[in-house]
Design a binder for this molecule. Structure first.
Ligand code: AQP
Length: 351
């Protein structure tokens, strides 16, 4: 059956981009799929090793998952480090992936900056751990924002190389299913994962610069709407959001070359769950001085209930920890079976 996996790093306040690009999709997929949603704490130590309050950050992402409407009884919510298979499979994938593949990753180049020699080895191997997160559960679908597209392609490359290199051993172990690989058919163990990147908010941009993605690590808090912001903060940030002097266009083509306008319309459309063209049909010809207050109302109305539920949940860390423990046990059971198979395929002696 189709299985969904996705993760969020506990590296700072969640923002509107994380919510619209990822978490809200997680909620929608619960109706039709078996889902695993993971707080990827091992990823959180790749760019910055020491954190002030990692337990608090892990609980806060978990609270956001639950507040947004993820049901931890029907699906699995857990933190990555609890299930040792993530790190084990990542090591194996470090031996499957090629250094050149990692060197090409734009996220690595951006996060490592100029002093690449001084970035952690973990930051370089990040996509290998991400592939392990997904393939440990043999997930078939991964909902993410557009920035993760390249990493998901690499996950597919890792799965394909593993299937290809071990095809005969996979068949000998009776663990494969026939998979088309170009002109050939191989015995695949890992599925070739499909990314789910769609809708008007796959890449929410900074409120201060339409060319930059909204990001947890942007030093300016005015660049993003945090899920912890109250109505007053949301209103202030949208009021101060960068725009151009023209009125809104009535058609999509009119947004070309106007990244800030495009971004605000995209945010409105995503929050309202309506197509962008619809929003322009309604607001075309109007000034930002009219559009922004409407956007504030919509953002406050949509995010308010999530924010207050998050606060309520954060007051009971014991409950959050119990959710993570239960999810970790259930994820661990699936992971253990995969690791047994993988060890058998490779030839690593095990019980
Ligand atoms: N601006 C965005 N628009 C749409 N989706 C986004 N995502 C992130 N930013 C946007 C998606 O949110 C999910 C979780 O992201 P993450 O925590 O794994 O880290 P990230 O991609 O590195 O996001 P940040 O918040 O921007 O952090 P920094 O500042 O560290 O780079 C992913 O599905 C991601 O695509």
């Amino acid at each position: 059956s189709p299985r969904v996996f996705s993760g969020v790093q506990p590296t700072g306040n969640l923002h509107l981009g994380n919510y619209l690009g990822a978490i809200r999709k997680f909620v929608a997929l619960q109706e039709s799929h078996d889902c695993l949603y993971c707080v990827v704490d091992l990823h959180a130590i790749t760019a910055q090793l020491v954190h002030d309050d990692l337990p608090g950050q892990i609980r806060s992402i978990t609270a956001a998952f639950l507040a947004a409407g993820i049901d931890p009884a029907r699906h699995i919510v857990f933190n990555q480090s609890r299930v040792s298979g993530h790190a084990e499979l990542a090591w194996i994938f470090n031996c499957v992936a090629r250094i050149g593949w990692m060197n090409r990753m734009t996220q690595f180049k951006e996060k490592a900056g100029k002093d690449r020699e001084n970035a952690s080895l973990g930051l370089l191997a990040y996509p290998s751990l991400m592939a392990a997160d997904i393939l440990l559960y043999r997930a078939t679908q991964v909902p993410v924002g557009d920035d993760q597209k390249q990493h998901l392609e690499l996950t597919r490359d890792i799965a394909a190389k593993f299937n290809n290199d071990f095809s005969q051993k996979i068949a000998a172990a009776g663990l494969g299913v026939p998979m088309a690989m170009g002109d050939e058919t191989v015995n695949g163990y890992f599925p070739i994962t499909e990314p789910l990147i769609d809708g008007p908010a796959t890449r929410v941009m900074s409120l201060k610069d339409g060319a930059k993605k909204m990001s947890k690590s942007d030093p300016s808090d005015l660049s993003r709407i945090n899920l912890t912001d109250d109505a007053e903060a949301i209103a202030r940030k949208i009021r101060k959001a960068k725009t151009d002097p023209d009125a809104l266009p009535s058609e999509l083509e009119g947004l070309a070359g106007r990244p800030e306008a495009d971004n605000l319309v995209g945010i409105y459309a995503a929050l309202a769950e309506r197509p962008k063209a619809d929003i322009l049909a309604e607001f075309g010809g109007r000034q930002f001085s009219e559009f922004k207050p409407a956007l504030v109302d919509l953002a406050v109305e949509t995010l308010g209930p999530v924010t207050s539920e998050m606060r309520r949940l954060m007051a009971d860390p014991g409950h959050i920890d119990a959710v993570l423990k239960d999810g970790g046990e259930r994820a661990g059971a699936i992971a253990e079976r995969t690791m047994k198979d993988v060890k058998q395929i490779i030839g690593l002696l095990d019980d």
